[in-house]
Each structure stands twice: as structure tokens, then as C-alpha cells.
Design a protein around this ligand. Structure first.
Ligand SMILES: *[C@@H]1O[C@H](CO)[C@@H](O)[C@H](O)[C@H]1NC(C)=O
Ligand SMILES: *[C@@H]1O[C@H](CO)[C@@H](O)[C@H](O)[C@H]1NC(C)=O
Ligand SMILES: *[C@@H]1O[C@H](CO)[C@@H](O)[C@H](O)[C@H]1NC(C)=O
Ligand SMILES: *[C@@H]1O[C@H](CO)[C@@H](O)[C@H](O)[C@H]1NC(C)=O
Ligand SMILES: *[C@@H]1O[C@H](CO)[C@@H](O)[C@H](O)[C@H]1NC(C)=O
Length: 460
């Protein structure tokens, strides 16, 4: 055993022992190896971390959102131009449409300019980063020579083995998977994962309003199919008195609100003011928690009328039943309104349910009414937000500043609850104050510390 330990040491050092006199014994140690260049290693480390901080996900995303904006905008233009061609009967009608197209072209030009400047910036960054990476790689290969004990090489081999093992395990799991659960009536199949962000923008008021919500109307009025809505908590981070509308995704990214605001009341706050960020627009009406009430308000953007439905007795409101993570609770998030393929839902908590999430369908009648209710066994304070997709309630929790996890689901058809979904959302900002699914384009819209972010929902 002793011998075994000493062999590698002896390979490194040469001992020479000599007796110089009867009393003195000198032991000379000669290191046959070169000294490890710590300074160079730490320089490479510094360079690598500098490179990391320069190339953030944000930068690639900016480009992605702009491209997506263009992607949506161009077919619209094409359609408008062909409509103009059909309409062109040499009179005023054509002139008016021409004006619309001119405006659209101006928007697209704006978008292209932004795209151009972003691309130029990114190009510089890429060239710089590639050079740095090459340098770092060469340096690391140089440093590997010092790995006489073969530590790094063995670690690499171990990693390869572990990867193979994982792959083997996964393949195995795949084979023994039980039969599929009963199919549900969803146009796109079952929710499996999320990718993105696909859109990431500071919008028209960069950094001004920390709390808010945005999205698309799942059941838009004719002619408003491409519109987006935005509600920001403009007073004390908790109240708002208007909905801001945008005619397309690119307008919301560039920050040009053409239809402008639809005002609920000139005062803020007052009766029927929007309280808290988790609002939704459905069928031309905004659903939200109204000021100082345990109730859902519906504001019809066309008729400007408000109808209200009271929630059950014991419903927590006025910031008493909020979404939370370990460090903080998100103020005035008592009521979370949600939309999916089947309409509007409200998620809240009550005293009799001991703070667990409760889900109720909101029926979209002449005035809104409450439909069926589901009790859950998930504690609201351990949840950061919820959304509905295809009749399934999903809840998220905070993992860290970069990551949120969709961990919980309740299927309203089967009543089944799951606590271990393990679907991760890559965040662009630490706090998600509202989250809402848009069945029109299967996007999940999030409003995070004043940024608008959206993810693509993948179905199977
Ligand atoms: C770190 O980066 C600088 C600037 O790109 C370069 O001059 C230097 O050689 C790099 N150092 C190492 C150890 O790669
Ligand atoms: C992009 O920007 C650069 C520098 O700002 C400019 O020289 C170039 O003409 C622009 N290209 C387009 C297509 O607008
Ligand atoms: C979801 O997608 C991410 C990449 O976008 C992937 O890393 C992850 O493994 C996927 N998760 C599941 C459960 O498929
Ligand atoms: C909103 O009001 C308009 C005009 O009165 C009406 O046609 C529409 O059905 C209303 N929408 C909702 C969701 O109640
Ligand atoms: C939910 O829980 C409450 C309080 O415990 C109870 O009164 C109610 O009947 C339950 N509702 C359903 C749908 O199970």
C-alpha cells in the first residue's frame, strides 16, 4: 500500500541524500518538472469570463425578436398591397390605402434600421469573441502539458463515460414508458416544453413600469387579429386606468402605439381601477381584479362599460394572497386572470382553502359569471405565477435569477395534479409579474421587471 502511494511521487521528484559530515544531514530536493504557470491559467480564466459577460443571451435575443417582428410584418404588407391592387379603381379609396401602406413601410424601415445597427454591433462582438476563444483554446492546450498526473484527461474520460451512461439510461426509460395517457381535445396536442425567449423587448417605456402585462386577444374582433395589448401599473406599481393597444408585434417592439390608449377612468385609483398586474384581454374586453374588491371586473373596450362578478366569500384580496418566492411576495397579485382555448379563468386563494390555489372558470355571458371551481393542493405562496393552456392549470416557481420552473399542473378534465413537471423558463430578468398563454399563436407572454418577453409553447 505504502509503495503504491510513493511511486507517483518518486516519478516527480529526485531525492539525493548525502552525508557531509558526521553531524549534518542535508537533503536536496530536485523537481524534475517545470513549475505550473498559475498566472497564465488565471489570465485565460479572466479572458473567458470577460468573453462570457460580453456575449449574453440578451444580445442574440434582440436580433431574434426583431426578425420575428419582420417575419410577422411582411406578410401583412403583402396582403395590404394585394388588397390595394384589387381596390385600385382610380379614386380616393386607393389613395387612402396607399397612405396605410406608406405608414407600414415606414414602420418596416424603422425595424430594418434597428436590425442593421444590431447586426453591425453583433458582428464586431462575434469577431472579437472568436479571436478570444481561439487564443484561449491554444493557451489551454499549452497548459495541458503540465497535466502530468493525467488529472484533466481522466476527468474528461469520466465525463464521457457518464454521458454515455445517461444516454443509455434515457434510452432505457424511453423503451419502458407506459402507454400514453388519454388524449384530450386540444388543437395542438399535449403541452410538452417551452423554448425561447422568442421576443424580448423593453417596449415604448424602457424601465419605467416594473409591473404590468401584455399579450394578444385570443378571440379578437374582426380587423384586430394582429393587435397586441399592454397594461402597465402606472400608479404606485399597483394601479392602472388604461389599456394601450398596438397594431402588430413590430409596433410593440419598436414602441409605436397606433390605436393608442383606451381609458377606463381619468382618475387612478378610483372605483373599477385595475389593481395588480395579472390581467387579460379576451374578446375585446379586459378582465382584471378591480380596485379594493374581491371581484373580477370586465371592461368592454368598445362600449367602455364595466361589469363585475364577485368571488366567493373568504377570497383573499388587497395584497393578502399574493404569489411569492423565498425572498419576497409580489404585491397585489391576489387574482390572476388567464386565458386559453376555452376562454377566461381566474386563479386566487381563499381563507377556507388555507392559502392553496383555487381555480374558477369565468363564463363570458352578458355580465361575467363564475363557472366550475377546482380546489388544488398547491400553496400559493410557493408559486410565482400561473397560466392556463388547453384546460390545464400550470404553476411556476422561482429557481434563481435566470431560471423559473413550470413545476405544477392541474388537469381540469381528469382532476389529476402533478408536482414534478420540470419544464424550465429561461428568464431575461429576475421577476415574472404576469404570465399568460395566447392560444392564437401558442406563445407564453411574460412581463418581467418592465420587459416584455415571450416563449413558444411546444405541444406534442
Ligand atoms: C487575453 O486577452 C487579451 C486580449 O484579447 C490577449 O492579448 C491575451 O493574450 C489573452 N490572454 C490569454 C492568456 O489568453
Ligand atoms: C447599416 O448601417 C451602416 C452604418 O451605420 C450603414 O453604412 C449602412 O448603409 C446600413 N445599411 C443599410 C442596409 O441600411
Ligand atoms: C425542453 O427544451 C429544452 C431546450 O429548449 C431542453 O434542454 C429540455 O431538455 C427540454 N425538456 C423536456 C422535458 O423535453
Ligand atoms: C362590448 O360592447 C359591444 C358594443 O356594445 C358589444 O357588441 C360586445 O358584445 C361587448 N363585448 C363583450 C365581451 O361584452
Ligand atoms: C373546495 O374547498 C372548500 C373548502 O374546503 C369546500 O367548501 C369546497 O366544497 C371545495 N370545492 C370543491 C369543488 O371541491
Amino acid at each position: 500500500m505504502m509503495l503504491y502511494i510513493f511511486v507517483p511521487l518518486c516519478a516527480l521528484f529526485t531525492f539525493s541524500q548525502q552525508v557531509t559530515s558526521a553531524e549534518k544531514c542535508v537533503c536536496e530536493l530536485t523537481n524534475s518538472e517545470q513549475a505550473f504557470p498559475h498566472d497564465e491559467l488565471s489570465a485565460v480564466e479572466d479572458n473567458a469570463s470577460e468573453c462570457n459577460s460580453e456575449i449574453t443571451a440578451r444580445k442574440t435575443l434582440e436580433l431574434d425578436s426583431l426578425l420575428l417582428g419582420l417575419d410577422r410584418r411582411l406578410p401583412q404588407l403583402l396582403e395590404d398591397v394585394s388588397m390595394l391592387e384589387r381596390e385600385d379603381d382610380q379614386d380616393l379609396y386607393g389613395v387612402l390605402s396607399l397612405q396605410v401602406i406608406e405608414n407600414e413601410l415606414k414602420d418596416i424601415k424603422q425595424l430594418m434600421d434597428k436590425l442593421n445597427s444590431t447586426t453591425m454591433r453583433d458582428q464586431h462582438l462575434t469577431i472579437g469573441a472568436t479571436k478570444q476563444l481561439e487564443e484561449a483554446k491554444a493557451e489551454m492546450q499549452e497548459l495541458e502539458k503540465y497535466d502530468t498526473m493525467q488529472v484533466v484527461r481522466r476527468q474528461e474520460a469520466n465525463m464521457r463515460l457518464k454521458r454515455d451512461l445517461d444516454q443509455c439510461k434515457n434510452g432505457h426509460n424511453h423503451i419502458i414508458q407506459p402507454t400514453q395517457p388519454p388524449r384530450r381535445n386540444c388543437p395542438h396536442g399535449e403541452f410538452v416544453n417551452i423554448t425561447g425567449p422568442r421576443v424580448y423587448t423593453a417596449g415604448e417605456y424602457p424601465g419605467s413600469y416594473k409591473y404590468g402585462a401584455w399579450g394578444r386577444d385570443p378571440q379578437p374582433e374582426v380587423g384586430k387579429e394582429n393587435w397586441y395589448w399592454l397594461v402597465m401599473m402606472t400608479a404606485s406599481n399597483r394601479y392602472s386606468n388604461y389599456v394601450r393597444l398596438y397594431s402588430s408585434l413590430s409596433s410593440i417592439i419598436v414602441g409605436v402605439s397606433v390605436p393608442g390608449n383606451v381609458l377606463i377612468h381619468s382618475s387612478n385609483p378610483t372605483t373599477n381601477t385595475i389593481q395588480g398586474p395579472n390581467v387579460v384581454l379576451f374578446s375585446g374586453a379586459l378582465y382584471y381584479n378591480c380596485y379594493n374588491q374581491d371581484a373580477v371586473c370586465r371592461f368592454n373596450l368598445t362600449s367602455k362599460t364595466i361589469t363585475t362578478v364577485k368571488l366567493p366569500k373568504g377570497t383573499r384580496f388587497n395584497s393578502k394572497g399574493n404569489f411569492c418566492h423565498l425572498d419576497e411576495c409580489y404585491p397585489f397579485t391576489d387574482l390572476d386572470l388567464a386565458t386559453d382555448e376555452s376562454g377566461v379563468w381566474v386563479i386566487y386563494t381563499t381563507t377556507q382553502d388555507y392559502g392553496n390555489l383555487v381555480l374558477t372558470k369565468v363564463e363570458d355571458d352578458e355580465s361575467p359569471t363564475l363557472g366550475q371551481t377546482w380546489n388544488t393542493s398547491v400553496y400559493k405562496q410557493g408559486v410565482t405565477n400561473t397560466f392556463m393552456a388547453c384546460g390545464v392549470l400550470y404553476a411556476t416557481r422561482y429557481i434563481n435569477k435566470e431560471m423559473e420552473e413550470i413545476f405544477y399542473s392541474l388537469d381540469t378534465v381528469t382532476g389529476e395534479e402533478k408536482f414534478n413537471l420540470g419544464i424550465f423558463l429561461k428568464k431575461m430578468s429576475p421577476n415574472i409579474y404576469s404570465l399568460n398563454y395566447s392560444p392564437v399563436d401558442q406563445m407564453l407572454h411574460a412581463y418581467c421587471d418592465s420587459f416584455m418577453v415571450s416563449y413558444k409553447v411546444l405541444f406534442e
